[in-house]
Design a binder for this molecule. Sequence first.
Ligand code: GLN
Length: 493
Amino acid sequence: MLDAILQMDCLALAEAIRTRQVSSLEATSACLEAIDKYNQKIGAFLTVFQQQALDQARDVDRRIQAGDKVGPLAGVPIAVKDNICTTFGPTTCGSKILANFRSPCNATVVERLMRADAIIIGKTNMDEFAMGSTTENSAFGPTHNPWDLGRVAGGSSGGSAAAVAARMCFGALGSDTGGSIRQPAAFCGVVGLKPTYGRVSRFGLVAYGSSLDQIGPLARSVRDCALLLNVIGGHDPKDSTSVPPEIVPDEDLLARLDQPIDGLRIGLVKGATEGADLPIRQAIGRAVDTYRAMGAEVVELEIPALDYSVATYYIIATAEASSNLARYDGVHYGYRSPAARDCMEVYTRSRAEGLGKEVKRRIMLGTYALSSGYYDAYYLKALKVRNLIRQQIFAALGQCDSILMPVAPTTAFSLGQMAADPLKMYLADVYTIPANLAGIPAISIPVGLDGAGLPVGVQLLGPAFSEGRLLRIARILEKGAHWTCQVPAGLTV
Ligand code: GLN
């Protein structure tokens, strides 16, 4: 029975709980058992709300038994990345500087999960302040890939992806500034969706690159991503960049998920997959076959400005980060160096001791790009190139419904393999960054395993606020790939 429960996706579990075939207590206990068994080895969770989760589960079961109306995620255990604020437990952002930080408020997405009666089971590991692609930059140790413990889970939402893959929860929230939902989803064999910028409130998300950051779901099926986005999406007066209801279609993303799409056009960017490893290129080839077989037209696109996306991103993201992270000064938030002898040293020592190497590198890069004399040459130019990239992507999306491309050039690599070469690590973000620069939605779908038994994902991008259609297009691929998110080989649940 336990096995059967842990094979379900959120939607199936929610239905089973509502109809009292399964209790939330059973499902929550099963996740807590998996956490007990594996978290030491995998490092997916930084905090687990064991008692609170069990209490909430019992409460949901009681309400269902009493015939009360419950929310769409009633009794379903969900994990939340540790840069999303909760009043319960710490919100560390994977950083020593926030190790003991307690948020005075819940993020809007957390409020919405709770309103939907989800069980928030814990906070997941991440690269410090979401800066990284492997979760190795966490101050609390790396996350290991459940498919091969010697490999990275991806990042920065590596803990969320590994937790979903290893059945420690049924779904999770991550944040995506340059690929941090989609790339770990691909490395761990789960589905990950970065929504349109402004579709999901960022209130209570600790800022990294504010013009790029977006919260989204990681789950075991496309329909779960639809369900989770239904719950967390929508206008929030607390976030001035959250888009008002007149612009975001007020739609039930689950309602039309299985409806066929007539005249579907899939775009392939000329030359884009050349830098990817063979299993990734083959997966793209198979995805093209799936769409062709259902009558879709495949169009070739040219987006020359994409060549500049990594450079553009690493100027804009670091510039915004250098400004956002100025608040960690030993006075306003978190860690204060006990060795500081005067006011200046409170700032310098607290930051020197509290922040990790990669975060410092980014603050320095960003400060440099924003400094007088370099502002025009770097930051301003990057803004102009970003605009060009956006325009070219929008034009390309005028010729097709969705652009198909890899998520990452490789599958999960070994822990430590890339750590010494930050530039190489940055360059591997080439496929995920464009969606953030353009503010458009993009989804990573697992389509099978490579020769080494590691998950392979592919990515679909769509126009702003086209999530309804994008999820339907992703659903076609999910069905065609005949690969549902499996329990990683070697893990028994
Ligand atoms: N790997 C990218 C970076 O380090 C993406 C991070 C993210 O999306 N949060 O900036």
